[in-house]
Design a binder for this molecule. Structure first.
Ligand code: SF4
Length: 298
């Protein structure tokens, strides 16, 4: 356990880039699903919900030192999996202990959202739950099945629609290259269609990077998965953006894993985004023989 008084973190803590300035409270360890073939985040972490008295005491300690806290991120994976009563209790506690609290964000899977009623989702929103980070990954059910994802596309679309109808904000992530070379075009088109049905406020495209120890890396090693080259990844992103019919979405493909950083507001920036990608494809800048440099050391 890593102690950073007043907060105690166990294992490695992951958070979306946008939560860099948030107070991170670990209310559970690991991911309740933990079967996605591309994901190495919580592979060696046994899933466990932290006992409520322990979390409550930690919040009280944090509140004494960090009274000005406005943003909180609840970790670890799929915190929406917690029962409604537990989430409600945490949000009530946060609201009482941090008078300036503006918003609380967390990772959420589709089925965990669908397990809550509309009234429950609305009440969580009233208690300052704001952004749900949802990993769509692909709009192609076959790709999701191959990767061991628990949710189907329809489940995630419905979850996004129901959550947004209650005022919650959706930040959706998709993975470029997740279908490999053979499925790339279909993955691009299907993912664009799923995003169009969701109409999320925020949408991010990251390049999938095989992580040592994961099923995806084993598939690559065994020759069962043919990763995209850097050039093909940009072709896929171009096709995906070409299929977007988004109205009011901020799109980002500027993660360290992306071949070239891109940020666009839809619908107004669609033509510019496509032109930017086409210019990169027409240049010699992209690696046509390999996935390109690994974005981080593993
Ligand atoms: S991608 Fe999300 S749902 Fe899948 S194993 Fe990783 S943390 Fe869990």
């Amino acid at each position: 356990m890593f102690n950073s008084d007043p907060l105690h973190y166990r294992y490695r803590v992951f958070r979306p880039p946008a939560e860099a300035d948030s107070l991170i409270i670990q209310v559970a360890y690991g991911c309740p699903h933990n079967h996605c073939g591309f994901c190495g985040m919580y592979k060696n972490v046994p899933y466990a919900v932290r006992p409520w008295p322990e979390v409550h005491e930690e919040l009280r300690r944090a509140a004494r030192k960090l009274q000005g806290t406005r943003r909180v991120f609840l970790a670890d994976g799929d915190v929406m999996h917690l029962p409604f009563a537990a989430l409600r209790g945490i949000l009530l506690d946060l609201g009482t202990l941090f008078p300036l609290l503006a918003r609380v964000n967390l990772y959420a899977n589709g089925r965990s959202i669908l397990a809550k009623s509309d009234a429950e989702l609305g009440e969580l929103r009233q208690l300052k739950l704001q952004t749900l980070y949802l990993g769509l990954e692909s709009g192609d059910d076959e790709v999701l099945r191959q990767q061991g994802k628990a949710d189907t596309v329809d489940e995630m679309v419905l979850a996004a629609q129901r959550a947004q109808a209650q005022g919650l904000r959706l930040s959706v992530m998709v993975l470029l290259g997740l279908a490999g070379r053979a499925g790339s075009e279909r993955h691009a088109q299907a993912t664009a269609r799923a995003a169009n049905r969701m109409q999320p406020r925020l949408l991010s495209a990251l390049r999938v990077v095989p992580i040592p120890g994961t099923a995806l890396q084993r598939s690559v090693d065994a020759g069962r998965f043919d990763p995209l080259t850097e050039y093909e990844t940009v072709v896929e992103l171009h096709a995906m953006i070409g299929g977007f019919e988004l109205d009011g979405t901020i799109f980002r493909a500027n993660h360290v894993s992306n071949a070239l950083p891109l940020e666009a507001r839809f619908p107004k920036d669609k033509a510019l985004a496509l032109a930017t990608l086409q210019a990169a494809l027409d240049s010699d800048a992209l690696d046509r023989t390999s996935p390109g440099p690994r974005p981080f050391t593993l």
